[in-house]
Design a protein around this ligand. Structure first.
Ligand code: ADP
Ligand code: ZN
Length: 293
């Protein structure tokens, strides 16, 4: 069985071929350009590959409502050329195979639930903290879609007492993404995130905002695992800071051993590491193949 996987990011695309054990046999990566050029490269890559199904985890917002006339479109993105673009349809016209289609973060959550840190569990959250902040939601054994799809990165925050940064989100200012994305860090401190030393006060503030969101999401959705990925989470000192801040936020209210005693095993990095996104797309493709059968 050969499953195609597409991790469609706003900055770069990764395409690969894998199997039903979550193993990626080969992959390529290239920068995201205009849709025609970018999908031209995707089509050229898969032309020779004989994939039995293809899964796509895409940047958004996207239309994932199966009964919608614009199902498979990238919808309101300001990214030049991509607004109202028929992403899925363009590929479907080339490859007559089952397609899986979901947001990048939902895909990553699904990959982690299938083969990674949330394997065997019926629920998890996947946070990506990078150019933006996104939260994939897997609940009761399914990805959550609802009205559009969850957009947890844009929930408003309560400010850190020492923080007067206005926030970097063009829509909301100080939503989670506005306060805690890579570009927000860079704007607040005037240096790139990876140049800030591990003991810089930036990280306590970063953990404050992420933990606030995580505590709220735990209360709202009751996930069995919280997985934190993306470029900013390469700062490994964030994990203990976030765990402690989540515990302080919840203040003993939730009587769960996972939080009170084993939080190191509850708020974790992706089990699939840097491949969480691509393996997520692979899991979507595999699921599409099985649903068709
Ligand atoms: P994308 O969001 O485009 O998929 P990433 O998840 O790599 O890509 O996120 C890129 C963002 O993460 C940039 O703002 C970058 O400055 C920040 N970043 C990348 N690596 C690090 C690091 N080691 N420490 C802190 N920030 C980082
Ligand atoms: Zn926002």
């Amino acid at each position: 069985m050969r499953i195609g996987a597409i991790e469609a990011g706003g900055t770069k695309f990764v395409c690969g071929i894998g199997n039903d054990r979550g193993e990626i046999a080969e992959s390529i990566s290239f920068p995201t350009g205009d849709p025609q050029t970018t999908l031209g490269r995707v089509i050229a890559y898969f032309k020779e590959k004989q994939a039995d199904a293809i899964g796509i985890g895409s940047f958004g917002p996207i239309d994932i409502r199966k009964d919608s006339p614009t199902y498979g479109y990238v919808t309101t993105t300001p990214k030049p050329g991509w607004g109202n673009f028929d992403f899925l349809g363009t590929l479907r016209r080339e490859f007559p195979v089952p397609f899986g289609w979901d947001t990048d973060v939902n895909a990553a959550a699904f990959g982690e639930a299938t083969w990674g840190a949330a394997r065997g569990l019926g629920s998890c959250l996947y946070y990506t903290v990078g150019t933006g902040v996104g939260i994939g939601v897997y609940s009761e054994g399914k990805l959550v879609h609802g009205l559009i799809h969850p957009e947890g990165g844009h929930v408003l925050t309560r400010r850190h007492p020492d923080d007067d940064f206005a926030g970097a989100c063009p829509f909301h200012g100080d939503c989670l993404e506005g306060m805690a994305s890579g570009p927000a860090l860079e704007k607040r401190w005037q240096v790139k995130g990876h140049e800030l030393p591990a003991d810089h006060p930036a990280w306590e503030i970063e953990a404050f905002y992420l933990a606030q969101s995580i505590a709220g999401a735990i209360l709202l959705l009751s996930p069995e695992k919280v997985i934190l990925g993306g470029g900013v989470m390469q700062q490994a000192q964030l994990y203990p800071l976030i765990r402690e801040a989540v515990k302080r936020n919840l203040n003993g209210y939730l009587n769960a051993g996972a939080i009170l005693e084993q939080i190191d095993d509850y708020i974790v990095p992706p089990g699939l590491g840097q491949q969480a996104g691509l393996c997520g797309a692979l899991a979507l493709g595999l699921s599409a193949l099985r649903n068709q059968a």
